[in-house]
Write a protein that binds this ligand. Sequence first.
Ligand code: NAD
Ligand code: WQD
Length: 345
Amino acid sequence: MADKMKQKILVTGGIGYIGSHTVVDLIENGFEVISVDNGINSDFSVLEGIYSITGKKVLNYPLDLCDPDTCKTIFSEHKDIAGIIHFAALKAVGESVQKPALYFKNNLLSLIHVLEYAVMHKVGAFIFSSSCTVYGEPDHMPVNEDTPLREAESPYGRTKQMGEQIVKDILAHTNVKSTLLRYFNPAGAHPSAYIGESPLNTAQNLVPVITETAIGKRDKMRVFGNDYPTRDGSCIRDYIHVCDLAHAHTLALEYILSGRQHTSCEVFNLGIGQGLTVLEVIQAFEKVTGRHLNYEIGPRRPGDVMAIYSDYKKAAEVLNWKPKYGVDDIMHTAWEWEKRRSAGV
Ligand code: NAD
Ligand code: WQD
């Protein structure tokens, strides 16, 4: 424990949705955290939420990682960074189709800059936020880490496929060990309701769309298709609570920093291994909150895969990771967070 107290972790995108929950988990597990996040998709008030939970004021550099001087500034002020968790990226699939150059520049340039400094400063561990989107439309379910990658559905997805390759290539012949974490569908909020999903861009993911509809920010929502060959016709996904996801980052970091990872790079799927349809998610929300949700069935959304859910056996066996939360917890915490942020507390 004494050693771990000294380990400083740089979190990029630390005031974002998954980043902020991971910052909390790292602090609760004895790490010191600094963050860099320019606020392109997040509000700096998230730092107050982190303080309310942990009692720690996290230093955030409000700088753009596409600027080559950003890492220079951070690494000149912190010579003792033991690990980096790289969340910073743009993530709106639809926007990436409209503005592909912005996505390639932002997501890949920032990654390359951070990797260069990780190598230069001999950082021990590098964790990269990847996505189940790299599997495209898979033939077999559940998908494990050996499932072949398919053509991604969007420029955003391609930044993740290319990002994985860039991490492996740049770190291949160095002492920096890396982990690629492929998230399935992150959802829910911290049980304290001090932090949650609060993008500056309009929310497009299912769970925030549900809570925003229920609270009255939207008149109604649409289920994108009920004519898929699934048990009720709507798409199947693997929804994972953001706190379970956050803890997996701490475990992946500890795995490398304790010298247990002998390969240059490891890949882990992070989902709960259970597929739910869109309509089942809506039913869970209505059951947990006792509220009726105003929704209608709309056409299919272009680019949606019919079904995807994970085999996360590798993370369970190697990292000793076990998701604690299910869909009811996701709905409960997302709803508590929605009520709190809508009240402006
Ligand atoms: P988010 O938008 O909430 O967080 C990303 C943060 O990075 C934001 O706070 C943003 O301001 C910051 N950022 C972006 N570009 C930056 C730059 N150039 N310089 C400095 N800061 C920058 O997104 P999230 O949901 O927390 O996602 C975190 C990571 O996980 C992303 O890489 C995302 O692609 C990946 N991911 C997310 C999901 C999901 O559904 N949320 C699923 C799979 C993978
Ligand atoms: C889930 C399901 C929709 C909104 C995206 C990215 C993926 C990863 C996770 C980053 C789908 C349906 C949604 C709505 C609906 N992100 N839906 N009405 O598309 O599985 O994955 O986020 O890496 O790369 O593509 O997530 O939350 O948008 O959709 O019916 O208003 O909910 O059709 O079946 P998705 P999602």
